[in-house]
Write a protein that binds this ligand. Structure first.
Ligand SMILES: [Zn+2]
Length: 190
């Protein structure tokens, strides 16, 4: 049963969490001003990733308190937040691609120019398709967070871990099971 004090304590924790979240909010307008920079960051190859190997950098790595239960409500909120921000970035990216294609669409008299543009567009369409699939996966993940069915390996049930989930918030398997599956996959098709 929840007492009044519990509710109050929870509210305070939430308020503190919100305070902590402020720096990232401040950083956002700066990012928004340079859409091409974001695009490059998203496309950055793994080798150049610094602190966290993650497609998005605008979050503070979660530091659990001593004795804090894995995937308690604060941790779930943290990952929901990351996923929703990532989703927003992807949506903006899709919009940019569409607008870019609309702006660039031109009838080049030279067949070579036309071919180049068609090639460019088909690459952009594939990127958009990939982004849409990713958005769908993010939505499914957020649904699982809402059902508090998040953060454990679908195959073996072990905790996936905060750091791995911050790098791959849509991960449904621990590193070991994922690696094993990839090896099996290669053997099957290799
Ligand atoms: Zn596993």
């Amino acid at each position: 049963m929840k007492t009044k004090a519990d509710v109050k304590a929870k509210a305070e924790v939430k308020a503190k969490a919100e305070l902590k979240a402020k720096p990232e909010v401040k950083a956002k307008p700066e990012l928004k001003a340079k859409p091409e920079v974001i695009a490059k960051t998203v496309a950055r190859p793994k080798s150049k990733a610094r602190v966290v190997d993650s497609p998005f950098k605008n979050f503070i790595p979660y530091e659990p308190k001593r004795g804090e239960a894995y995937m308690d409500s604060k941790q779930l909120d943290h990952f929901r937040d990351i996923l929703l921000k990532w989703r927003q970035e992807l949506m903006e990216e899709v919009d940019r691609t569409v607008h870019h294609m609309q702006d660039e669409a031109a009838n080049f008299p030279d067949p070579a120019d036309r071919a180049t543009q068609e090639e460019e567009f088909s690459i952009e369409l594939r990127t958009r398709d990939r982004e849409r699939r990713l958005i769908k996966k993010i939505d499914q993940t957020v649904e699982r967070i809402d059902k508090e069915d998040y953060g454990y390996c679908d195959t073996c049930g072990v905790e996936i871990g905060l750091r791995r989930l911050e790098a791959r918030p849509t991960a449904t398997q621990c590193v070991d099971c994922k690696t094993l599956d990839e090896i099996k996959e290669r053997q099957l098709h290799g």
